[in-house]
Design a protein around this ligand. Structure first.
Ligand code: PLP
Length: 426
């Protein structure tokens, strides 16, 4: 078979199975094109994308402005490494710092790398600024977290599949229950060596768990009281996904950024990835103010591709799209509509227990065991009906379409979802 021959779906799947490591279990659909909220398989069938590459494609597939910035930069200069300056990185850093309200940005490529960067930054701050004894710093994380797949990150995961047979594990992490500020304070009261608390504003991979309204604000206040850095992993929740630019902008479902019920919570360290590039290119970042970021000196950290000119050009364009197309507002509005439409269906459903989420990061919980394959079978039926989603667990399906969706398209999707669910009602 010549490399450029057009494959059919089965051939493409067979090739991945034979020559690719089996580190994923994809839904059987082979995509070859995307535009906006839609993707097409190699046979030409059209689907709504209701996963958005785990919220990387918030701006929609192949957004012309992002693709334009990428191709034009790719024809000019792609990589210098940080051995030399390039004329795009500084522009991007200034743009992103002003966009998110921080002094400095450290550019990386993937979400896991940005999480690693934040952990290193937090530890160095602990030794050089907070004054914790060498090698004694602890970082608090939450049960059922998902922060990526590196050796250190899986060390504090409690997913046995992600952890087993990958030890020995990295020390220095303390796990507490999610959405539990007393558990946080309990540890901080008795342990002076805590450097940071790292948390997802909504636990996406765990099944879209939205914490109580004041959780983030209270956790931040406790961190301040004990001089501990509040580290927000917004790789999945950030960049307009939850109806605001960042999910740490309050945790009630209201659109007002300055809402007094649930004010903005400013992390000490902000971790971004995924939609920072609109899914066009791997771009991640860690943002912090000078009193934290200045502990990083030449040679402490880096990446050959981190901060390359293509990434910089793509990220500026991706953030401009978020701002210019009011995608946070659209996610907020469509999220309300989605949950209210789904709740109407759920009232008389025996197969779906509930819908939860914020903005356009939502999930439904299927009325079956965690280890059942009902959610998987529903996703296969959704695929047949023209909509692509994936279970996060045996009985939870995440729904996270691109934020460029229109109200009409969303209602069309609700129609597909409810029609499909009806096939599973008894
Ligand atoms: C996806 C994700 C990561 C890891 O990002 P990669 O680019 O896959 O390494 C980290 N944290 C959260 C919350 C994520 O959703």
């Amino acid at each position: 078979m010549a490399v450029l021959d057009q494959l059919n779906s089965q051939q493409a799947i067979d090739l991945e199975n034979k020559y690719g490591a089996h580190n994923y279990h994809p839904l059987p659909v082979v995509l070859s094109r995307g535009e906006g909220v839609h993707v097409w398989d190699v046979e030409g069938k059209q689907y709504y994308d209701f996963l958005s590459a785990y919220s990387a494609v918030n701006q929609g597939h192949c957004h012309p402005k992002i693709v334009g910035a990428m191709t034009s930069q790719a024809q000019t200069l792609t990589l210098t490494s940080r051995a030399f300056y390039n004329d795009m990185l500084g522009k991007y850093e200034k743009f992103a710092c002003e966009f998110f309200g921080f002094d400095k940005l450290l550019p990386m490529n993937t979400g896991a790398e940005a999480v690693e960067t934040a952990l290193k930054l937090c530890r160095k701050w602990a030794y050089e600024v907070k004054g914790i004894d060498e090698n004694e710093a602890d970082i608090i994380v939450c049960e059922n977290n998902f922060h990526g797949r590196t050796t250190t990150i899986i060390s504090f995961s409690n997913d046995p599949v992600a952890r087993e047979h990958f030890g020995p594990y990295t020390k220095g992490f303390i796990k507490i229950p999610y959405d539990d500020v007393s558990a946080l304070e309990e540890v901080l009261k008795s342990n002076p060596n805590v450097a940071g608390f790292m948390v997802e504003p909504i636990q996406g991979e765990a099944g879209v768990y939205v914490p109580g309204e004041n959780y983030l604000a209270e956790a931040k206040a406790i961190c301040e009281k004990y001089n501990v850095l509040f580290i927000a992993d917004e790789v999945q929740t950030g960049i307009a996904r939850t109806g605001r630019l960042l999910a740490t902008c309050g945790n009630c479902n209201c659109a007002d950024k300055n809402c007094s019920e649930s004010p903005e919570v400013k992390p000490d360290i902000l971790i971004l990835g995924k939609a920072l590039s609109g899914g066009a290119y791997p771009v991640s970042a860690v943002l912090a103010n000078n009193h934290i970021m200045n502990v990083i000196k030449p040679g402490n950290h880096g990446s050959t591709f981190g901060g390359n000119p293509v990434a910089a050009a793509v990220a500026i364009a991706a953030l401009e799209v978020i701002r210019d197309e009011n995608l946070a507002e659209n996610a907020y509005k469509l999220g309300q509509l989605f949950r209210s439409e789904m709740n109407k269906y759920i009232e008389s459903s025996s197969i779906v227990n509930l819908v939860r989420g914020k903005g356009l990061l939502n999930a439904i919980v299927i009325n079956d065991d965690e280890d059942s394959d009902t959610a998987w079978n529903i996703c296969l039926a959704l695929r047949d009906n023209g909509l692509l989603a994936k279970p996060t667990h045996g009985n939870i399906i995440r729904f996270a379409p691109p934020l460029v969706m229109t109200e009409e398209q969303l209602l069309d999707c609700v129609g597909i979802i409810t029609k499909t669910l009806k096939q599973f009602e008894d």
